[in-house]
Design a protein around this ligand. Sequence first.
Ligand code: AMP
Length: 435
Amino acid sequence: MAAEEQPAPTGETTSFDDLNLHPTLKKGIREMGYASPTPIQTHAIPPALTGRDLIGTAQTGTGKTAAFLLPILERLLSGGRGRIRALVLTPTRELAGQAEGFLVALGRHTGVRGAAVYGGVGMGEQERALRGGAEIIVATPGRLLDHMSRGYVHLENVEIAVLDEADRMLDMGFLPDVRRILAELPRRRQTLLFSATMPPEIVRLAQEFLREPKTVQVGSTAAAAVGVSHLALPVPTHRKSALLREVLRDETMTSVLVFTRTKHRADRLFRDLERDGISAGIIHGDRSQSQRTRALEGFRAGRIRVLVATDLASRGIDVEGVSHVINFDIPAEADIYIHRVGRTARAERRGDAYSFVSREEEDDFHRIEQRLGLSIPRSTLPGFDYSAPAPPRDLGIAARGGRGGRPGGYPRRGPGPRPHSRGPARSGPPRYRRR
Ligand code: AMP
């Protein structure tokens, strides 16, 4: 592979007019309200339009989806219709649904048809789309393979394939499925691979599937989304739910995405929030597709203030104006942290990311700080009782490697985080007080 490195762009503005897109696409872009291309769009669209393979490394929320959809649409404007000419593979249903939504919006005036193909919903409508001549298919690998096994999916005319969130697909163990699908595509095709991070497995994958790709990197892959203020709130595990409810007294927290480590913990937290009369939704792998869709729509529409999610959902959530991301549990890997906080400050908006760090999670959190090259300020919430004992019902949900923190002593002693802020976050530590 002869990948060509490109220096990180400096945030210069180019106009969509410079990108040589068809007027019908420009109209769609205008109607989306995009004034100018984001850096990944500025740098990925021109080489993609020439037909080159591409590896795009961009932080979450940087406008990646349009960076691959626009070149696809441009290409499909000429040539035949009524057969599958572009295939986008994504790791989650939400992401597939979202990409298809952008496709419909950006391609509104092109006449190009797209369809989303993902699990958790009926096969019938998807089968009709696959048989009925949609030109662009956005699919999760498992469901696409289900359809392929039935014999009516024709991928022999695919000219462009996109692997979106490729690093995530590896996490989720999709690689064998991805290989099976790509084996059905013509060898002469354009392949675009997008990933927020570039671990060695992705580089290998790129070597396997891409030809002389151009590499377009926007920002540091280790850096969390631009515009995020990070703050750590040390707290024993059994007080996390109470701390969250206390933190939520801040009414400026209008649209809050909360990540837990497990579905079970998400369920428990969701119940606690509901019991406190906080408008909340929940989204994780055990919820039905319609429940997930409903929760996401409620959150998008502002009817739901707090959305509790597991990491499965973190990639698929694209919501305008998430004010805060809360790491209720600290992820074991920095990449997951980056993806989570990328849900706020999307498209260069600002947002806050709070991390509830238990003693057992200190090591993981420290590794995340090292990876990000940040010393994330610690803060405590004035008036909050950190040392209240665990109620009996909480004893069952211990943190990784621990049993519900250490009632009584935390966070005032020990080598862990200081009880007081070590310095202001960009937007300052929360200053909520008990009312
Ligand atoms: P993505 O990284 O593709 O998930 O996009 C993140 C968000 O940025 C989405 O809400 C897009 O609608 C938005 N977006 C994409 N391109 C632009 C642009 N050129 N200007 C403003 N917003 C954009």
